[in-house]
Design a protein around this ligand. Sequence first.
Ligand code: NG6
Ligand code: CA
Length: 509
Amino acid sequence: MKIKLNTWRFLILLILVVSSCTTNSKTIKKTNKVADTAPNIIVIYLDDLGYGDVSCYGATELQTPNIDALANGGVKFTNGYASSATCTPSRYAMLTGMYPWKNKNAKILPGDAPLLIDIKQQTLPKLLSKAGYQTAIIGKWHLGLGAGFVNWNETIKPGPNEVGFDEAYILAATQDRVPTVYIENGNVVNLDKKDPIEVNYKKNFKGQPTAKSNPEMLLMKWHHGHNNSIVNGIPRIGYMKGGEAAKWTDTDMADHFLTKAQTYVKNHKKNPFFLYYAMQQPHVPRTPHPRFVGTSGMGPRGDVILEADWCIGEFMKTLKEEGILENTLIVFSSDNGPVLNDGYYDDAVEKLGKHDPKGGLRGGKYSLFEAGTRVPFITYWKNHIKPSVSDAIVCQMDLLASLGNLVGIEEATTDSKDLLSTLLGQDKKGRDHLIIEAKSNTALRSGDWMMIPPYKGNAMNKKVGTETGNTPDYKLYNLKKDKGQQHNLAKETPEKLEEMIQLFKQLKQ
Ligand code: NG6
Ligand code: CA
């Protein structure tokens, strides 16, 4: 009797699961142009998280159970790429579907740079809006604001709202750049008009302390750069005056963005939404909340990775509690590869131990070698994506065309490729080729091969301590056989090299 009952239960469950899967794929096909039945879409984007920084990609010294749960329940891509080895170009490419090297201004931007995206340009949030989605960004922007000079005391335009986001709660550039304030739909949060904010990236404001003039005020020491204004004891890039009440608390930033993201979900769950949750970890300055300090044994860099993983766990709980987990597609990735010393003394190098943030790849942030752009890349959609590992070459730039397909809007004029079925784990076919970028230099991945052309400049980024990939010779690697790029086959396989050079030329035209 007991066995029978269990068997029945199992059968009913099986029927329910199978029918929910099939109805859903039908729904998407049938209702292509309406967002009503399409899933919510959330991009969880970390800053400087390396290929080997999470346990599902092989880290053994750090455990990231919540990110692992996404990988184990979704598609884990082993050849997932950011478009660039730095932040601004990668974010530009993800949101516009355009190769960043086609826009000469797509470089790491100062905190007072104008908006990089043309307001007439196609963007991911615009496209999803067209399909009926509500859209929001919460977290790091770093794509410029305004049209030249920015007055931080008035509504700042154009910005995320003008390129497709209905709602925007952002940090303007990076955690290490001024102004160190949150901006909500163009307005600095908690700004006291009697204490206006001034920002300058060239010179200091008279009488304002800097890391150089007042080192006794520092709670964190700078290694290179980062010696301008001091906020919360942390020396920053750029000078800032005023805005006391509006300044963020660095150690609360993760909780702050998490709460905003959770609130957004709760308030918008009735209709489909697109949320770009752009977390700030583990970019410098690494400022874990006190409850995470010391948890990794690896210093602040490890601690903030654990903090980020915790935030993701809490955020996932919210999706579940709000009853929308099975109706939400999540894309998890990072804007560029890892760096240890990015300008502060914070024990990232000293306490690294056996941890390998690069996960066996060569290079790192700022590099044309693999660790610069190959990053954790996971798609997760409960009961819709079957867990698998995919070796297909996919790039964040492809989200535009792929998600366009998901919501029934065709996107023809960008560099974005429609890889929807691959992203949903139904297909193993990825891109044939991809051009990656690092500090305006580019390299070509085609099939298993990576070709890095000769470039002038230093082979080592000495301050940061990583290889740039810039050497006077051609470099050619078979990544399938040589993931760590240790064997340059340019001389051994001249035909392959020539083929790659020709393809590269053709694609760059
Ligand atoms: C560099 C900063 C680095 C980091 C980076 C941007 C110096 C010396 N270094 O210029 O600390 O802020 O810009 O990182 O200032 S990114 O992930 O946003 O691209
Ligand atoms: Ca970054």
